[in-house]
Design a protein around this ligand. Structure first.
Ligand SMILES: O=C(O)CCC(=O)C(=O)O
Ligand SMILES: [Fe+2]
Length: 423
């Protein structure tokens, strides 16, 4: 019991690569005096980073620290410069870079079970600090929580060259070090190519050792535990929803898709397919469409069937209805959802085959092999082609987004579970 309780981490850290030069992280400062000379941009890609940092420093104030209920300035305790968030803006987001998701997993894990409490992490920008070498540092201290829900702090070290300035966090006789001056091997040895970060619980003593040279530029955030947002709540509900009970009952029926219809394909030990058209609209033909954006009942279907041992995948269903709307051909697409532009002209039905061959089509599952659970809803342009009429013009086939469920066969010990729940 004791050993396992000591295994819990009290701090965590990591690094995120920066895409240069298009997506540089920029920090802009604007002093409260508002004079034009005080408007500086400190950009990681600035042609002269030293000049940018000097301009930034000119707008900053000495960083104080809390002592006996007062803000005190004492260079033997802390030597750094600060800027309040009201005086600068930054396009750096600890959420978009995945830092908050990591912090949530490491420092605020969810409690499983019936009494589960779902919490999420909220990060509030607190300060921009510059620790200048030589002698910039922050003596060992414990942060002052700003409210009862504050559980920790996050330090994001922006890529400015410096030496020293290691952060050490201590708890229960253990210490963890976070160095942001060292080269990052993954970044090809270029420290400017990564942003390093560290997060820790508020009650842990921590210290910033001396910055010997250069500038250690940080953004600090207060971290709060807040009730989980609705996206996460959806994911929880997905497995407790009454609908999942019905899905369970269906799959528990040995007469439902027992070993597969003779004409249905038997791939990957699947004996049949169910299909569900998503009920919400998604940008499903964009390049980066993925299941984490599923909403409401769509997420229930996606997660519920996985939980019940089925294989699920997302596929576009192309409506190739160019000749006869009654008899439109419905074609299951492959893994690549992104919109495709074909060079081909469509004159007759044979041309359709050429166009479809270019497109990523699902080879193993035909639309007719799927038992559809609902009617289709929203469509999006999926396949652009040139139509041939009295004038050639560009037009498109549209697609629906669907979830396809591979149902495993019913065996001696009930419904088998697939090893790989989704594709
Ligand atoms: O810059 C750091 O690594 C830590 C800063 C810190 O401890 C604070 O701002 O309270
Ligand atoms: Fe601190």
């Amino acid at each position: 019991m004791n050993a396992s309780h000591e295994d819990f981490s009290f701090a965590c850290g990591g690094s995120v690569p920066i895409a240069l030069p298009a997506e540089t992280s920029e920090t802009e400062s604007q002093s409260s005096s508002g004079s034009s000379s005080s408007h500086e941009t400190a950009s990681t890609a600035a042609s002269n980073p030293h000049q940018a940092i000097d301009g930034l420093l000119a707008d900053m104030l000495p960083a104080t620290f809390g002592l006996g209920g007062k803000d005190v300035y004492d260079e033997s305790y802390r030597k750094a410069a600060k800027l309040d968030p009201s005086s600068f803006s930054t396009n750096f987001s600890p959420y978009e870079t995945g830092i908050i998701a990591m912090v949530a997993q490491m420092l605020l894990p969810d409690i499983e079970g019936d009494f589960a409490v779902r919490r999420a992490v909220k990060a509030e920008l607190y300060k921009l600090n510059v620790y200048e070498g030589p002698s910039g540092h922050f003596h060992a201290h414990v942060d002052t929580p700003r409210s009862r829900s504050q559980f920790g702090s996050l330090v994001v070290c922006l890529p400015a060259a410096h030496e020293g300035g290691m952060l050490e966090v201590r708890h229960n006789g253990k210490a963890m070090q976070f160095d942001c001056d060292e080269d990052d091997d993954n970044g090809g040895g270029d420290p400017a190519a990564t942003i390093k970060w560290a997060a820790f619980y508020s009650d842990c003593e921590h210290e910033v050792f001396e910055v010997r040279a250069g500038h250690r530029v940080t953004l600090t955030y207060n971290l709060y535990a807040v009730p989980a947002d609705t996206t996460r709540y959806d994911a929880v509900r997905a497995v407790t929803s009454p609908l999942v009970g019905h899905m369970d009952a269906l799959l528990g029926n040995k007469d439902f898709m027992p070993k597969g219809e003779p004409e249905s394909p038997v791939i990957l030990h699947v004996c049949g397919y169910l299909g569900f058209y998503t009920t919400h609209a998604y940008a499903h033909t964009s390049d980066d469409f993925d299941p984490s954006s599923l909403k409401g009942v769509d997420m229930v279907i996606w997660q519920g069937f996985q939980r019940l041992g089925c294989g699920v995948c997302l596929r576009p269903i192309l409506n190739a209805d160019c000749w006869d709307e009654e008899d439109g051909e419905l074609i299951v697409g492959g893994e690549d959802f992104s919109m495709h532009i074909s060079e081909c002209e469509l004159r007759d039905r044979d041309d359709l085959e050429y166009i479809l061959d270019e497109w990523d089509k699902e080879e193993d599952i035909a639309h007719a092999d799927i038992a559809w659970l609902n009617e289709p809803g929203n469509t999006q342009a999926q396949l652009i082609y040139t139509a041939y009429g009295n004038e050639a013009f560009a037009t498109a086939f549209y697609s629906w987004c669907s979830i396809i469920i591979g149902v495993p066969p019913y065996g001696d010990e009930g419904r088998m579970a697939l090893a790989k729940p989704y594709a």
